[in-house]
Write a protein that binds this ligand. Structure first.
Ligand code: M6R
Length: 368
């Protein structure tokens, strides 16, 4: 059941601290990732890989986009990510030394399975790793290596805890490859693992902003459109925030890398186009702030999900929600995504849509 919550989505949002802890459980020991976490064959496979190709749909695709930044930035390992339906049909080059990583909550998404089967036929020796939430699924059965996310059943069509746990699983994958390939020092591995272990508590704190988020939702509920902006690892989080909002509230929402603003979307900005920015404290914050001034100058109402230390204060048409001040490179996208889930949820509740079963959508998309 819904365990006292009004919707499965809200229940699943609040399950995230537990789901993240469960996904870490048994994969870490004495501050390091267990080499056996990905199965007995993983070590031999990881030793040979030169690059990562991630394939997924929807929210799972956004998790893959986040991981691409980590693999390249932290491991210096080339990583690509693509939606399953495009990867499947564009006749991609399947280079030797690639690890194919399939992400799926359900493990039954038709496009993702079709992409996997295409690779099996065209490049039978390519190792395939599944990160999945459904142990009995086709994806798990057909992959060589598996890391289960331990989110527990996700009922709401809008994916929430599956995303957070996929990111944790991808961080474990990054650490495991970094260790086996001797790319990461033991010290760096321990530092990142310690950061991962803090995420459940950080998530619990970040989910305490319900009242402030409801106030923001009231300002968004009558809007026709919304633009989500982020930079770096927060660009996929902007996409995910926009997907969640459009999916359950039916407000047209787009996510953009903030640096692309002047290359088109700035033309949309006027007082009727709310702009939501994801603004943790990092070396891109100043650039993001200048993007915010550009939209503010055109009359847009701004909703900023910020670090507590950002120095930004709520005023007239600038609404600042201080999310946290304790995140690092790995935890930031996971934590900053949480209030965006709540925002979409509260807007949908105010609009009176069917939150758990949005129109036209299915939980698991089993036809192409
Ligand atoms: O089960 P999967 O992770 O393969 O599903 C992929 C997408 O269909 C899914 O994430 C979809 O985009 C969600 N409804 C988004 O909330």
């Amino acid at each position: 059941g819904r365990g006292g919550y009004k919707h499965f989505m809200l229940k699943e949002i609040h399950e995230q601290p537990r789901a993240i802890a469960d996904t870490l459980e048994g994969r870490i020991s004495e501050g390091r990732v267990l080499p056996a976490a990905f199965g007995v064959n993983a070590e031999a496979v990881f030793k040979t890989i030169k690059r990562i190709q991630i394939v997924a749909c929807g929210t799972s695709y956004h998790a893959g986009m986040v991981a691409r930044y980590w693999f390249e930035d932290i491991l210096r390992l080339p990583a690509a990510v693509e939606v399953s339906s495009e990867f499947h049909y564009r006749n991609p080059v399947l280079e030797e030394g690639t690890l194919l990583v399939m992400l799926s909550q359900s493990g039954e998404t038709a496009d993702t399975l079709a992409a996997l089967r295409m690779v099996r036929v065209r490049s039978p020796q390519m190792p395939i790793l599944a990160i999945c939430n459904a142990p009995e699924s086709s994806l798990v059965r057909e992959s060589d290596l598996v890391l289960m996310t331990h989110a527990g059943p996700e009922i709401s069509v809008a994916s929430t805890k599956a995303f957070s746990t996929q990111l944790v699983a991808l961080a474990l994958l990054m650490l495991s490859i970094g260790r086996i390939r001797a790319i990461l020092s033991e010290q760096d591995e321990r530092r990142i693992v310690a950061g991962l272990e803090k995420i459940p508590n950080l998530a619990r704190d970040a989910l305490q902003h319900d009242e402030a988020i409801m106030a923001l939702a009231e300002r968004l509920v009558d809007k026709q459109h919304a633009l989500f902006l982020g930079r770096g690892v927060m660009f996929p989080i902007a996409l995910e925030g926009a997907l969640k909002l459009k999916e359950i509230s039916y407000i047209h929402a787009e996510g953009y890398p903030a640096g692309e603003l002047k290359h088109g979307p700035l033309a949309l900005i006027d007082e009727n186009m709310p702009v939501i920015t994801i603004a943790p404290q990092n070396d891109l914050l100043d650039k993001l702030k200048s993007n915010m001034s550009e939209v503010a100058a055109r009359g847009a109402e701004l909703f900023v999900f910020a670090d507590e230390r950002s120095g930004l204060r709520t005023e007239a048409r600038l609404h600042v929600l201080p999310v946290t001040s304790h995140v690092g490179r790995i935890s930031a996208p996971i934590i900053f995504n949480l209030p965006l889930q709540l925002l979409a949820y509260h807007v949908a509740v105010l609009k009176g849509t069917d939150v758990d079963q949005p129109r036209n959508l299915a939980k698991s998309v089993t036809v192409e």
